[in-house]
Design a protein around this ligand. Structure first.
Ligand code: NAG
Ligand code: NAG
Ligand code: NAG
Ligand code: NAG
Ligand code: NAG
Ligand code: NAG
Ligand code: NAG
Ligand code: NAG
Ligand code: NAG
Ligand code: NAG
Ligand code: NAG
Ligand code: NAG
Length: 820
């Protein structure tokens, strides 16, 4: 790269002009070195297919405002190559545009090609045709698989190169990843695993992208590939080459949710603690997984049972709103660590001093004597007062890190949150009463047992559907000549999941589903008649597995069965080797009933009441898009399980009827101690997901159409469109720090619900005055904030008129709660 631009232009004229703008990406153990500049990098994951093109600029800007240097994304093979060698890079699959926007915002990009991505994405991102290829074994030393992986990786690299996306070409991408967390499961692939991962490395290096390659969770990553760490904490991680920078590719900022599960949260304090500890221990790059989680539109959610929302408790919520205080607290953290960037990336000595009781002071010093410190209290219970003599005295709460600029000035503590807390509310649009039409799923053919292919066995579901639909019909017939045995029998089906409906002689006999998303036994009483009986079973999947060794071979559907009829005296008839007919998908899917333009329209006779609680119905309603610019959701409370579309755009699967356990939640969440997704859950005893995001770009100004396919039975009468906005905002700011309060755009602060400058207690939603406070707290806040969209000032005793009533001998704190 030192090859001079001047020479290039002289020799090769404009063709090589790009090399002038080439950005050189190098590294050592202390820094990423970008164009010679030694950098620490904060990055955040935003997956382009989990939002819309229209949302991208705002998400990217919010990431930049949050203090990020880079945005990271996986590449999703299954959606880019749905049919072998037929590629799709349009709409929200236009990753080139996504990276161009990142570059225009002045940020770097990180591309994780995989092409296995996990990501709670259907089948881990693998296209199903891959599974169908003869002789293939995925993610191991298998020539059929390796060939496809190489073709796809090369395709993505070529598309990226053509658009000059790599930093080496002047583009934003500074790092690229091959494979994904293979080290976690490699031992299950025996010796072939090692051969495969070496091949991955060579294949990637041969792409000559001009920026470093990484592998995450791969302790034996072949050189020069840099191995990186994923987890909730990575401070103890060390790369396998002492010259490699220490990088945290997935700092799990929260967790994903499954149907039937409570909603997981990770506190701002513990998230910041994880990052601060990582940089205290020599970290160079931290990437949040996720920074914006977004939505699993269509049938993209992985499985089994990943919800449509992929909010992840990320700093930007599913709808694109700031998740406060997390976003703001991490922004403050980034700015504080950046104060030390010069020292941390080029230090000459690092000293760790154990001060006892879990307290460690880490001092970085550079060759000109500048210092930067991290003071860590990793005790889970005890706060500490630490006396650093000449460098000052510090109050370090339990399970926190204080960042000391120059080693003698506290600029941040991970447990002291100064940024605002926002409590989001949903506002409904009362004028928008929905009028429903409906159509029963047409199923004459399957009730008669008609379908193809046919086989004398119970086939695995993916083998038949290639996942073209969630649904597969299994149909057979059975001749009965003794009704005394069979008029009251049991139909028993052993299925690999996920849900199953049964019909006998066109009569519905019921529905059951797997609680865990694995094997279960369906059992219903059925009445068989003399002569020929038709048995029709409908199996549905809810997201294909995306994780684990050989996850791609996990079976779904009534694979092998057995399917049995059990009559009087336990007389058992096994139907597993009957002649079975199959039919992939629903007739409504085939006829595009989800598309508002489709003919015939769903309809319901006006003299008949809307069907409620009945399975297999297509409902349709028209609505006006809610006014304003706030994000829109549809509340699907009352419905059972199914899929929803707005103007033909899928907004994902829903399963509103699956209620979460009533226990295991709490209003308060102790940030202290190692985080696990079992901590800090909310949404007990409610639908696991009730609200579904409807991106503004899916709607138009006139009438819009909502279509629901209700699989198990529900009531659409309480369905409502709502907007999501800031309702209440709180702040809790120490004297000497900056107060910043803001409502969502277009809203103003209308009321100060609570204000106390003193020693207030409680938290947002339950603040109380402490033993002392400034008597004019409320009046000061009203004067400064009411009627404004945002307000801010430095919190001092002077601001509160010398703070009559305040305890002048201790540091005061301002707690405020306002209505937007
Ligand atoms: C390509 O993907 C976009 C975005 O998902 C989609 O709207 C479009 O229909 C796809 N194109 C084809 C040909 O499938
Ligand atoms: C799967 O492979 C079989 C035979 O190899 C082929 O007939 C079938 O069309 C394939 N299915 C898909 C979805 O590619
Ligand atoms: C790995 O080795 C074990 C023990 O030798 C064997 O049982 C297993 O089948 C092997 N797995 C693969 C994928 O070769
Ligand atoms: C040491 O850090 C200071 C910033 O705190 C910086 O100005 C100086 O250039 C650094 N010295 C070296 C040799 O990196
Ligand atoms: C806290 O840090 C000390 C050393 O700094 C270590 O020995 C101890 O295990 C840590 N405790 C926890 C809970 O991480
Ligand atoms: C890094 O420190 C060395 C001395 O230790 C100094 O020569 C060099 O200029 C510094 N680099 C930067 C970018 O400050
Ligand atoms: C009734 O069915 C059983 C088994 O399906 C068969 O063995 C028997 O011969 C049948 N009897 C008559 C009267 O058809
Ligand atoms: C049931 O059908 C068989 C022939 O399939 C016949 O022999 C028998 O009489 C029938 N029984 C009744 C109760 O209809
Ligand atoms: C049918 O059989 C089940 C048990 O197998 C029993 O509980 C039920 O009462 C029976 N129904 C009739 C109508 O005989
Ligand atoms: C039928 O089988 C079940 C177990 O599958 C057993 O509990 C029951 O006692 C059996 N009934 C008769 C009448 O044999
Ligand atoms: C705190 O100081 C202010 C003036 O600086 C005084 O008016 C006030 O009474 C003092 N409060 C207490 C509790 O001492
Ligand atoms: C004022 O603060 C000091 C030091 O924190 C404390 O000892 C004293 O009890 C406080 N007084 C009141 C009235 O809260």
């Amino acid at each position: 790269m030192s090859y001079s631009c001047f020479t290039s232009i002289l020799l090769f004229n404009l063709i090589l002009l790009y090399s002038c703008f080439a950005i050189d990406v190098d590294y050592d153990s202390k820094a990423l070195i970008i164009n010679g500049e030694r950098r620490l990098i904060f990055s955040g994951a935003i997956h382009y297919p989990r939002s819309t093109v229209e949302m991208w600029p705002d998400l990217i800007q919010k990431a930049k405002d949050g203090g990020l240097d880079a945005i990271e994304t996986y590449i999703f093979w299954d959606v880019h190559e749905p049919v072998q060698r037929e590629y799709n890079f349009s709409g929200n699959l236009d990753f080139v545009k996504f990276f161009k926007l990142i570059q225009e915002a002045g940020l770097y990009g990180i591309i994780r090609i995989g092409p296995y991505v996990c990501a709670e994405w259907n089948y881990g991102g693998f296209p199903l045709w891959l599974h169908n290829m003869s002789g293939i074994k995925l993610r191991t030393d298998n020539p059929v698989y390796k060939n496809e992986m190489q073709i796809f990786t090369t395709k993505i690299v070529d598309v990226a190169k053509e658009a000059n996306l790599f930093a080496s070409q002047g583009g934003p991408i500074i790092l690229a990843q091959i494979e994904n967390e293979y080290g976690d499961i490699m031992s299950h692939y025996n010796d072939s695993g090692k051969v495969y991962i070496n091949w991955c490395a060579q294949m990637a290096l041969a792409q000559k992208i001009g920026v470093p390659w990484i592998m995450c969770q791969q302790p034996d990553a072949p050189q020069p590939i840099i191995n990186t760490c994923n987890g909730h904490y990575c401070h103890n991680f060390q790369p396998n080459n002492p010259k490699s920078p220490k990088m945290f590719t997935e700092n799990w900022i929260g967790w994903f949710q499954k149907w039937g599960e409570r909603v997981p949260h990770r506190t701002a304090q513990d998230s910041a603690f994880s990052v601060a500890r990582f940089f205290q221990n020599g970290g160079v790059l931290n990437n949040y997984y996720m920074y914006h989680g977004g939505t699993n539109f269509g049938r993209t959610s992985g499985g089994p049972y990943i919800t449509t929302s992929y909010d992840y408790d990320a700093p930007i919520d599913e709808y694109g709103n700031l998740n406060q205080p997390k976003w703001g607290h991490l922004k403050d953290l980034h700015a504080s660590i950046k104060l030390g960037e010069k020292v941390l990336t080029n230090y000459s000595t690092r000293n760790d001093k154990d001060l006892g009781n879990g307290i460690t002071l880490t001092t970085y010093t550079n060759s000109t004597g500048a210092r930067f410190c991290f003071l860590n209290n990793n005790d889970t219970n005890n706060d500490a007062n630490v006396d650093l003599q000449n460098d000052g005295k510090y109050f370090v709460p339990a399970w926190s890190v204080t960042i000391l600029n120059g080693c003698n000035q506290e600029v941040f503590n991970t447990a002291k949150v100064n940024s605002q807390t926002s409590i989001m509310v949903k506002k409904s649009d009362d004028d928008n009463k929905l009028t429903w039409e409906w159509k029963m799923e047409p199923k004459k053919d399957t009730m008669l047992g008609n379908g193809s292919p046919k086989a004398y066995q119970l086939l695995e579901q993916k083998e038949v559907t290639s996942d073209a639909s969630d649904y597969l019909w299994y149909m057979t017939s059975v001749d009965i000549n003794d009704t005394s045995i069979w008029s009251n029998a049991t139909l028993r089906v052993n299925t690999m999941g996920h849900t199953l409906h049964g019909y006998v002689n066109r009569r519905y006999v019921g529905y059951q589903f797997s609680q865990t998303g694995n094997q279960f036994t369906y059992e219903k009483q059925v009445s068989l008649k003399n002569g020929t009986n038709i048995i029709t079973l409908l199996s549905a999947t809810v997201g294909l597995a995306n994780y684990g060794a050989w996850f791609d071979e996990i079976k779904v559907g009534i694979s092998g069965g057995p399917v049995q009829l059990i009559g009087k005296n336990n007389v058992t008839m096994d139907l597993s080797t009957n002649l079975w007919s199959y039919k992939v998908g629903l007739n409504g899917e085939r006829r595009h009933l989800y598309d508002s333009q489709s003919q015939p329209q769903p309809h319901g006779a006006s003299w008949r009441a809307i069907p409620i609680g009945q399975p297999m119905i297509w409902y349709k309603a028209e609505f006006k898009s809610p006014l304003g610019t706030n994000p829109v959701v549809v509340d699907l409370q009352g419905l059972g399980k199914g899929h929803a579309w707005v103007n033909g755009h899928s907004i994902g699967r829903y399963w509103s009827s699956w209620i979460t356990p009533s226990d295991g939640c709490s209003n308060t969440c102790d940030y202290r101690g190692n985080y696990t997704p079992e901590k800090c859950k909310t949404n007990c005893g409610n639908p696991s997901q009730r609200w579904y995001h409807v991106p503004r770009s899916f709607m138009n100004d006139g009438l819009n159409t909502l279509v629901l396919f209700e699989e198990i039975g529900g009531n659409p009468l309480s369905v409502q469109f709502q907007t999501v906005t800031t309702g209440t905002v709180c702040a809790n700011v120490y004297e000497g720090k900056q107060l910043e309060l803001s409502c969502q755009s277009g809203q103003v602060i209308s009321q100060i619900q609570f204000a106390s400058f003193g020693n207030p207690e409680g938290q947002c939603g339950s603040f109380k005055k402490g033993s002392w406070d400034a008597t004019n707290s409320q009046a000061v806040m009203e004067a400064a904030c009411v009627g404004t969209n945002s307000c801010g000032f430095s919190v001092t005793k002077e601001m509160f008129g010398g703070a009559t009533g305040a305890n002048n001998s201790s540091i005061a704190r301002l707690a405020v709660q306002v209505t937007c």
